[in-house]
Unconditional design. Structure first.
Length: 71
């Protein structure tokens, strides 16, 4: 991601801010899932990490598309 952001000429401040927000969001999502569902969700995430990551990526890109075309 760092190399891609450099190739896309991202502003350093924007890149750092986006990194902080996305990593924080990931931490809070995993924490909320563990708090709500406990140990079974941990096993699900560990066994299906690729699936969870792909779904998250699709939701993230979909959110950007919705924001882009609705606002």
């Amino acid at each position: 991601m760092t190399i891609a952001s450099g190739a896309a000429h991202f502003d350093l401040f924007t890149f750092v801010w986006a990194s902080i927000v996305t990593r924080g969001a990931r931490f809070f999502v995993v924490s909320a899932l563990l708090w709500k569902y406990g140990e079974p969700i941990r096993a699900f995430i560990e066994q299906r990490l690729t699936l969870v990551t792909c779904v998250f990526l699709i939701v993230l890109v979909g959110g950007f598309v919705v924001v882009r075309y609705l606002f």
